[in-house]
Design a protein around this ligand. Structure first.
Ligand SMILES: *[C@@H]1O[C@H](CO)[C@@H](O)[C@H](O)[C@H]1NC(C)=O
Ligand SMILES: *[C@@H]1O[C@H](CO)[C@@H](O)[C@H](O)[C@H]1NC(C)=O
Ligand SMILES: *[C@@H]1O[C@H](CO)[C@@H](O)[C@H](O)[C@H]1NC(C)=O
Ligand SMILES: *[C@@H]1O[C@H](CO)[C@@H](O)[C@H](O)[C@H]1NC(C)=O
Ligand SMILES: *[C@@H]1O[C@H](CO)[C@@H](O)[C@H](O)[C@H]1NC(C)=O
Ligand SMILES: *[C@@H]1O[C@H](CO)[C@@H](O)[C@H](O)[C@H]1NC(C)=O
Ligand SMILES: *[C@@H]1O[C@H](CO)[C@@H](O)[C@H](O)[C@H]1NC(C)=O
Length: 250
């Protein structure tokens, strides 16, 4: 499966569609589908009264998303896909482009897992929330990749099990943007290889957007207490972020 060709297809769709209100594009291990679509606005780009969110247009027989599909929980307006992609049973890479709209110079990113073929919830964090940083508040094409995202705490899965990875980007203007990829857990040898063309952080000098970066996010009841040792979530995130090699750490 060539993730790069899926990506180009998405980006071509994006460039061709004047109505696209694009936000985040999942690069690796692929995506549930194109959820960059905005529809249901008037010809002069207004949102008709009473049609916020998702609406069923009984004239066309289709759902419309005047703010864009990606705002819809849990997977940006798309139902579970038939085309699953394989992902390593011990965790693996997740790569995405978070800057396909204005206002994404910083955003909080959540990466969760839903178990099963059609998960009812995604209450299983794979990494603690972090803040990503991009080069500008205008649209940018930068790519961000975590090479070794672990399974959720206490997950017990085997080769052949289905699940869905959910990536949420909460941007400063109040958007919570949902994207998913439906996976089947597989032996790492059977999974599309992770390499420098599908998993990298744009540097700002490579002509591919960026620089992309990360800020830690933490909560505390008492700052002086928190200073005496790293919070648990820092340790976990450190483990996910610190794994530069593609070998298994957890
Ligand atoms: C699944 O199919 C959709 C629609 O053709 C496509 O956009 C998406 O990239 C595919 N996903 C995977 C993981 O193959
Ligand atoms: C369906 O569309 C027709 C006109 O095309 C309209 O009269 C009707 O109220 C609509 N029904 C709903 C439930 O929106
Ligand atoms: C995984 O999902 C596919 C459909 O995408 C289904 O055919 C298969 O039975 C599912 N596997 C399990 C173990 O539920
Ligand atoms: C989430 O879904 C799982 C099944 O995948 C279920 O066991 C669990 O109770 C659900 N949790 C919540 C909070 O609904
Ligand atoms: C993981 O399992 C251990 C041992 O059963 C339990 O104490 C812990 O609360 C679990 N953690 C989560 C996040 O479910
Ligand atoms: C990365 O792997 C993909 C196939 O999954 C391949 O098309 C691409 O050429 C590879 N890139 C590099 C730099 O090896
Ligand atoms: C991208 O940056 C994050 C945060 O610094 C880092 O954890 C990750 O390993 C980097 N990705 C790659 C492919 O080097």
């Amino acid at each position: 499966m060539a993730s790069s060709s899926r990506l180009s297809a998405l980006l071509i769709t994006l460039l061709l569609s004047a109505l696209a209100s694009a936000h985040l594009v999942l690069v690796y291990p692929g995506s549930r589908g194109n959820n960059l679509i905005t529809s249901g606005r008037t010809q002069d780009d207004q949102i008709p009264t009473g049609s916020l969110g998702e609406n069923f247009n009984n004239a066309t027989g289709e759902y419309e998303y005047p703010y864009g599909m990606q705002w819809m929980y849990p997977c940006g307006g798309l139902g579970v896909a038939r085309n699953r992609t394989k992902w390593p049973v011990k965790g693996g890479a997740i790569s995405f482009q978070p800057g396909w709209f204005n206002g994404h110079q910083t955003a909080f990113v959540y990466i969760n897992l839903g178990f099963g073929t059609e998960p009812l919830n995604y209450s299983n964090p794979m990494v603690p929330v972090f803040q990503m940083t991009g080069p500008t508040n205008q649209m940018y094409p930068g790519t961000f990749c975590l090479p070794q995202v672990p399974l959720p705490v206490n997950a017990s899965v085997k080769v052949g099990d289905n699940a869905t990875i959910q990536v949420i980007e909460t941007a400063v203007h109040g958007a919570a943007l949902y994207s998913c990829v439906d996976i089947t857990f597989a032996d790492p040898a059977d999974v599309a290889p992770v390499n420098s063309s599908n998993c990298f952080n744009s540097t700002g000098n490579d002509g591919q957007g960026g620089p992309m970066g990360v800020n830690y996010v933490f909560t505390t009841k008492a700052l002086s207490g928190a200073l005496s040792g790293p919070a648990a979530s820092w340790t976990l995130l450190g483990a996910a972020l610190g794994a530069t090699a593609l070998t298994l750490l957890l």
